[in-house]
Design a protein around this ligand. Sequence first.
Ligand SMILES: Nc1ncnc2c1ncn2[C@@H]1O[C@H](COP(=O)(O)OP(=O)(O)OP(=O)(O)O)[C@@H](O)[C@H]1O
Length: 197
Amino acid sequence: MEEIPVKVAVRIRPLLSKEVLHNHQVCVRLVPNTQQIIIGKDRVFTFDFVFGKNSTQEEVYTVCIKPLLVSLTEGYNATVFAYGQTGSGKTYTIGGGHIASVAEDEKGIIPRAIQELFQHISENHKIDFHVKVSYIEVYKEELRDLLELETSVKELHIREDEKGNTGRISRFCSCHGLGIISATNFFFCVSFFSFLN
Ligand SMILES: Nc1ncnc2c1ncn2[C@@H]1O[C@H](COP(=O)(O)OP(=O)(O)OP(=O)(O)O)[C@@H](O)[C@H]1O
């Protein structure tokens, strides 16, 4: 059977202290030893991967993202797209918050992927690598360069070439589904080029 190139993972986050304080109840359960969750009493949904409330950042990275990094170093493109309602854990999982101050085991996808990419580079002395990074906030219709805050929002555009390519690119984005407002979207992009020297 042909492999489907899009995989969907669901991650259940634990209740926050304030939710416990307000006596909120968990309404999602994992079905043990399956890739299924139950919402409410009996609504069952199946995904490619499911992660429970005790899942670690490392587990999510190893299962879902590590294989993409391997493909990336072999010349394939990969996209990771986090979606869910506000407060559901997109930023936490992607690791796009205060990356520098986060404890090692709390680090999300972006720092782990970057670490692995540079590990690969340091182990391949016969290849020249060229890595470009962009980190862009998408708020309503405007783009803001998070690495160059002085850049005018009007000067930023995401473009494709005439063949529809954006290059050999891996995109990591945390995004908001269903037009939920009052939060941040960001678009993190690593372009990774390698040349045999
Ligand atoms: N797996 C998890 N384990 C522990 N805490 C989590 C987990 N996922 C999310 N949280 C916590 O839940 C809160 C909301 O998560 P987060 O900010 O990542 O949501 P979000 O989907 O990015 O929200 P928004 O759309 O409003 O930006 C944060 O305090 C975060 O630290």
